[in-house]
Design a protein around this ligand. Sequence first.
Ligand code: FE2
Length: 352
Amino acid sequence: MPAETFLHRAASDVPYFSADGETYLAQTQLRDLRKNLKLRVLSEEDFAFWQTYGYIVVREAIPADHARRLLDFTWDFQGLDPQRPQTWYDDREWRSDLDRELHVYGFVEAYHHQLMWDSRQTQRVYDAFVDVWDCEELWVTLDRLNLNPPNIKNRDRALIAPTDRGFDINLHWDVDTTLGVLPQRVQGIIALNDTTAEQGGFQCAPELFRRFEKWRALQPDDRDPIRPNTDPADFPVVRPELKAGDLLIWNGLLAHGVAPNTSPDGVRSAQYLSMMPALETHRSLRESRTDSWRTLSTPEWNKTLVGDATRHESLRYGPAALTDLGAKLLGLKSWSGDTDRHNGEQACAESA
Ligand SMILES: [Fe+2]
């Protein structure tokens, strides 16, 4: 069996297994999960909504003021002036087609700034993910920011050639929905500003999630595994309204996407942030995570994470200070309290 298909069992009582710390196999799908732990942040109604429609909004998961400071950072990091829209479309050189696509979609190549870690180690954010996984031993994704100005000029989506199959920015799944055993995945964003529908942002098809099993039983065998191709008249696409600091969590089996920004001068900004059961026995993954935090190297878990081309974040600031919760969510400390093993390895690494 190739190393990458080796399944690690997560450090939780609920049996979760994963090869990559991204998608998980579980005895019970998240939408059918019966809670053992008491709900912390979600109400019973929220939890029922989450299981029925595949997403939930946690209001002011981080304080609105923290979200605003992160928004300021998102402008600063790119050297863009929020007051001068002409700076949002400056000419630049692309390292690759991917680079240009990431610019069109508004990705911002920062991963480890203190403010980003402060969101990750916010108790209310963590508690919301404990609610949906029904497990406390979690790791946080090392992911980036988004700042999407109106999609015109060199950020026009028409610059990206449309395709007939596969990934579609408007609506897709991030897991293969044709598999017999459906992979479990949880994703999230924190809104950094208030946005109206015309500013674009997260959209999804909750009715398709609700009626998914019936729908999929009627589909041809060769259907697209990640692009739903459904008629919005049958399965409406909705754009949940988010305010600065709100956390939206969605199930990987919810078809979702990002609507273009069609406003005259508004922007849409978010931090990508999710949590999943900690794979503490996956040593190489754990080391790559802690190294990424310590040296501010661009995380390796996804090939679309490319790092900033002009001035990498490792040249701008040092590692973020972690709380006890933050250290566990990174993988620097073990959830079992067995910190000797973790620290021993860390000491070895540092003396090498
Ligand atoms: Fe996605």
